[in-house]
Design a protein around this ligand. Structure first.
Ligand SMILES: [Cu+2]
Length: 265
């Protein structure tokens, strides 16, 4: 009877394990590559947590030292695939890719990766809340956005977005100035006067690659083996061990019962 209770308890543990959905964070990464010959490069890591937060980590170098760099998550929730534009998008052929020329391929701004406060598209050019590159041109950024700061649907489409950092130094004097490329028409159109074009032109862009399993699977199986695959496999491995333990327990219980029956006969 004691053994039977033990089997029952093991079964209960197993059922609890089965009934608990395997919640897993989703992490995607992007390799940031230079645009406009800025020489900038870096990595961006986006982690959507199971409770709806978004953790963004960016490590970049080669940016304009001591200057703020507007940075955004770009893309579309409509399923259209946007990407990092090449110089072919430089439609006026002046050798500089502007936001206006790039936006056809960038898509809209989902989030502004600010250092504090609002993170919506309307903060896109809030340079006073954008991270500043060190004197070496390095920029290290980390922020956890609360669930209410993350636009609806973004975490489901993390594998389809890209990251853009803005701010170049066309006349190589280590600062943004209108002597470089004049006043930003992009900023002017948003109602901001006197912002140098250098401050708004794209410096680096990276498309998310190696995306793991989506937070809420939408059909289709991701192939490849990344750390995300390993994370997903852990509950399955645990389940296997539990099943093995359960069958072993049942076997042992049966043998003891049958041996007792033999002794008594
Ligand atoms: Cu942008």
């Amino acid at each position: 009877m004691i053994r039977f209770k033990f089997v029952l308890a093991t079964t209960a543990v197993l059922l609890v394990a089965l009934g608990t959905p395997a919640l897993a964070d989703t992490t995607v990464r992007a390799h940031l590559q230079a645009q406009n010959g800025s020489g900038a490069e870096g990595t961006a890591t986006l982690t959507g947590t199971d409770d709806g937060r978004l953790i963004v980590v960016i490590h970049a170098r080669g940016l304009v030292p001591g200057q703020p760099h507007a940075q955004h998550i770009h893309g579309s929730l409509g399923g259209k695939n946007f990407m990092c534009p090449g110089m072919a998008a430089d439609t006026d052929g002046d050798g500089v890719l502007t936001n206006e020329e790039a936006s056809g391929e960038y898509g809209t701004i989902f989030m502004s990766l600010t250092t504090s406060g609002d993170a919506g598209p309307e903060s896109g050019l809030s340079l006073d809340r954008m991270p500043v590159a060190e004197s070496s041109g390095r920029l290290d950024y980390r922020r956890t956005f609360s669930a209410d700061q993350v636009p609806d649907g973004l975490l489901d489409q993390l594998s389809e977005v890209h990251i853009v950092q803005h701010g170049i130094d066309a006349n190589d004097n280590d600062r943004y100035d209108v002597a470089g490329l004049g006043v930003s028409t992009f900023a002017t159109n948003l109602g901001l006067a006197g912002v140098p074009e250098e401050a708004t032109d794209p410096a680096a862009c990276g498309v998310v690659t190696g995306a793991g399993a989506p937070l809420h699977p939408q059909g289709g199986v991701e192939t490849g083996s990344g750390p995300e695959d390993a994370a997903v496999n852990v509950p399955l491995a645990t389940l296997g061990v539990l099943l093995l333990a359960l069958s072993a327990t049942v076997l042992v219980a049966r043998r003891r019962i049958s041996s007792r029956v033999k002794h008594h006969s």
